[in-house]
Design a protein around this ligand. Structure first.
Ligand SMILES: Cc1ncc(COP(=O)(O)O)c(C=O)c1O
Length: 432
């Protein structure tokens, strides 16, 4: 921190650097003291527009009054239980989720996305009696064993062997295709041909995000999920869809898979289900649940089916449905996308704008002697100085894609403000 940093900030960072173990690079040099709606505020009252919904989760904005009231009420009545006890909020949430995906009426509730994927992969292995798991080469499914083994975006080095039988295929990238003139169908066919050669005949599951978010907001083209499901079905594999970021209205529909008319064998929800509180879910069919029961599926954790986060989940679904937030994400997403396309027209360094609903990506491209990575870094830093928090994901040939995912409750004025701040940050980055 430089000399301009107020004394108390310098002391804070000294303490933070002394005691906090780093887990993912540098900390952001803005210290929120409170948050409300789409804004974060530091102790001095400086506000920053939160265009990532925290960690892509706070779909209702921060400190939504009804979530605060639910938490207060539920904590005072029934918070945590012995893991084999079930309570009303848990059944209420499982029933509400089944109402949204009638094909998957069996649910278990956990805390994080990684944990839900861990359970989903374990379930798929037990039910198929096989152990090979396939994912996209740009995927992010979590940091625990099985989820980490299916995560190819980052984190595979320096930790010893990951699960044997882990395979990756490339996700289609329309902006930066691996080979010009090769259709996604052809790429998928080739990938499965290669996979079949490597497999020992034990393919259990494919786990996929409908939009690879950490991978750089790569939206699977319409038709891809159906083709992928068919590939899985041909091989007796289960399709696990991870809607950590895309679920609960974010893309303009309740779930991203609805656009494709494809229902997975197992669906995992996290981040957005608790709107920022630790809540995740694994949903599956009666048929899969029956085999799992027969084979004594075990995924027993301290916080499985806890009533406090479940009550929050019930309230989140109620608000999202009542306030038609999926539709809202569609409408506001179109406004945001139009704003970002305006930036693309004004700034040569903006190479691509993509995504769905309120999950959009803006990819920078090297311009004016600057690399895309340099431009992304400068834009991110300047945006934060100007009062906008957005997040850059790096990957492959891409120098950086800015991931933009404001709360679904964001106002039109806040969308416009975000675009304005980004415009100023890009101009500043290219000038400086
Ligand atoms: C698609 C997806 N799945 C799973 C996870 C892991 O969730 P968690 O960090 O809650 O374990 C993430 C986290 O970013 C994610 O983006």
């Amino acid at each position: 921190m430089d000399d301009a940093v107020p004394q108390q900030d310098a002391a804070f960072w000294t303490r933070a650097n002394r005691h906090l173990l780093r887990y993912g690079g540098e900390f952001v040099p803005f210290v929120p003291a409170r948050a409300e709606g789409a804004f974060l505020y530091d102790a001095a009252g400086r506000r920053v527009l939160d265009f990532t919904s925290g960690q892509m989760s706070a779909i209702l904005g921060h400190s939504h009054p009804e979530i605060v009231a639910t938490l207060r009420a539920q904590a005072g009545v029934l918070d945590h239980l012995f893991s084999s006890m079930v309570s009303a909020p848990v059944v209420d949430l499982a029933e509400a989720l089944a109402g949204l995906v009638p094909e998957l009426p069996k649910t278990m509730l956990l805390s994080t996305g990684g944990e839900a994927n861990e359970a989903a992969i374990r379930l798929a292995k037990l039910v198929t009696g096989r152990w090979e798991v396939v994912a996209f080469a740009q995927s992010w499914h979590g940091m625990t064993g099985g989820a980490a083994a299916a995560t190819y975006k980052a984190g595979r080095r320096g930790i010893g062997p990951l699960a044997p039988g882990s395979f990756a295929i490339p996700a289609p990238n329309a902006y930066r295709p691996r080979f010009q003139g090769v259709s996604w169908q052809q790429e998928l066919d080739d990938s499965f041909e290669l996979l079949d050669k490597q497999s020992t005949g034990n393919l259990a599951a494919f786990i996929a995000e409908p939009i690879l978010s950490s991978g750089g907001v790569l939206d699977l083209p319409l038709g891809y999920l159906a083709a992928l499901k068919a590939k899985c079905a041909e091989r007796g594999m289960l399709l696990i869809l991870d809607e950590a970021q895309t679920g609960i209205g974010r893309t303009g529909r309740m779930f991203a898979f609805e656009r494709d008319g494809v229902v997975p064998d197992i669906l995992t929800l996290s981040k957005t289900l608790g709107a920022g509180l630790p809540l995740s879910a694994v949903m599956t069919s009666d048929a899969i649940a029956a085999v799992a029961d027969e084979r004594e599926f075990l995924f027993y954790t301290t916080h499985v089916n806890d009533p406090l986060p479940a009550a929050v989940g019930v309230k989140v679904l109620e608000i999202v449905l009542r306030d038609r937030l999926a539709e809202r994400a569609g409408g506001l997403g179109a406004r945001l996308a139009a704003g970002l396309r305006g930036l693309q027209q004004r700034h040569e360094c903006v190479g691509d704008v993509r995504g769905r609903g309120l999950l959009l990506g803006l990819e920078f491209t090297g311009t004016g002697g600057r690399t895309a990575a340099d431009i992304s870094d400068r834009v991110t830093d300047l945006a934060l100085d100007l009062g906008l928090s957005a997040n850059i994901v790096r990957g492959g040939a891409a120098g950086g894609t800015m991931r933009i995912a404001p709360p679904l409750t964001v106002s039109e004025a806040e969308i416009d403000l975000g675009v304005e701040l980004l415009d100023a940050a890009i101009s500043g980055a290219m000038r400086g």
